[in-house]
Design a protein around this ligand. Structure first.
Ligand code: ATP
Ligand code: MG
Length: 356
């Protein structure tokens, strides 16, 4: 149905009023007093114009008043600035504002629905991840209470295994705590200049033993002898630790990780390239979600809880960057991100001040 413009409606009403008043004047002219021809047409015309003006202003005031009440209740907005608008503009503007308001509310509802679904999934995942270590601790304690304690060897073995499970729970809770803090931006970044290669070597040293067990090679390729970046050293350290330990955990025995650091404009492009089994394309879009693990590693119970890459993504994004993943099954996986290059070219103090 076509929308009638309020001014047209008022005009139609006024014409009707004009016709009625013409008939009434004609009636007076024929039955009561004789009027001149001019008066016969002038009286209905004046009353028609008068009716139009009165209708227009009364309806406009009425609309303005009612709309300002609606605006205040839905938008916390005053529509006082709309006083100069004509009645048609007023109604058209009102309709447009309501449409916009409806769209915004719909978007908010969608967002709330998504958050609710996310919360449900998150709680489900959390319960699932904590259940495994809790059940295993419970199992060991029950076995010990049922007589296993008598044998000192079993006692030691089971206690060690229970301790491993508590370590796993602590690891999950610490990661979650960190993710939450990162999301709420409770941990401010401590940006300073540091040598990225130095941090990378430190990370490799931390994981040296685990890498050796698998005869896994950790290699670095860089365009510059020092690669100074402006970033939070501790947090980037965590990124490097997560990416390197993933490459080792999901890599094959005798495999390798090549980290290349390449200067591009005023950034360093950092690439973690491994020669592991790779990841199927359908998993890639969800890889950085909390608790997401590729089915294969989940089944084999490899790795942790699926929080590592979620933390990595948060840290890189809080530095204003982005992390990308590319993978080919049977060839390997590559993670890429960029960090801002710092002006320093030589050693700097712990506060980022050049030493030479
Ligand atoms: P966490 O890091 O929290 O201890 P996780 O290693 O399982 O646990 P993420 O680091 O977030 O979790 O990794 C998510 C999933 O992505 C892993 O379970 C693994 O299946 C897959 N993945 C990550 N890195 C690689 C890689 N380099 N090669 C193959 N698969 C990988
Ligand atoms: Mg990991």
């Amino acid at each position: 149905m076509r929308k009638a413009r309020p001014s047209i409606l008022i005009l139609s009403g006024s014409i009707l009023f004009y016709v009625l008043s013409f008939l009434f004047t004609l009636f007076v002219h024929l039955q009561i007093v004789t009027l001149s021809k001019t008066l016969l047409f002038l009286i209905p015309l004046v009353s028609g114009i008068f009716a139009y003006t009165i209708f227009y202003f009364i309806i406009k005031r009425f609309l303005q008043y009612r709309m300002s009440l609606i605006y205040r209740s839905i938008q916390n907005l005053d529509n006082a600035q709309r006083k100069d608008q004509t009645i048609d503009e007023l109604v058209a503007q009102g309709e447009q504002d309501v449409q916009e308001w409806k769209q915004k509310r719909n978007q908010e509802i969608e967002k709330l629905k998504e958050q609710a679904a996310f919360r449900k999934e998150f709680l489900g995942n959390l319960a699932h991840e904590l259940k495994t270590p809790v059940f295993s601790i419970q199992g060991y304690i029950d076995s010990l209470l049922e007589g296993g304690m008598e044998d000192p060897e079993i006692l030691k073995k089971f206690l060690e295994r229970a301790a491993l499970s508590t370590d796993r729970m602590t690891h999950i809770l610490e990661d979650l705590d960190q993710l939450t803090k990162l999301e709420l931006e409770r941990i401010p970044l401590e940006i300073r200049s540091f040598d990225f290669l130095d941090l990378l070597k430190e990370t490799f040293e931390t994981l040296e033993l685990i890498a050796k067990e698998k005869q896994f090679r950790l290699r670095i390729e860089a365009t510059d002898p020092f690669c100074y970046v402006n970033a939070d050293r501790n947090k980037i350290g965590q990124v490097l630790l997560n990416l390197t330990s993933n490459a080792i955990s999901y890599g094959k025995d005798g495999g390798q990780l090549m980290v290349s650091v390449l200067q591009i404009d005023n950034t360093y492009n950092i690439e973690f390239k491994d020669d592991g089994d790779g990841i199927e394309p359908e998993h890639l879009p969800r890889l950085f979600e909390r608790f997401y693990r590729v089915e294969k590693s989940r089944n084999r119970n490899e790795g942790g809880s699926g929080l590592g890459l979620a933390i990595v993504k948060h840290i890189i994004e809080s530095h204003g960057g982005q992390i990308q993943v590319a993978s080919q099954v049977g060839v390997g996986t590559t993670f890429t991100f960029r960090l801002e290059k710092s002006k320093a070219t030589g050693p700097v103090s712990s506060r980022g001040i050049p030493l030479k």
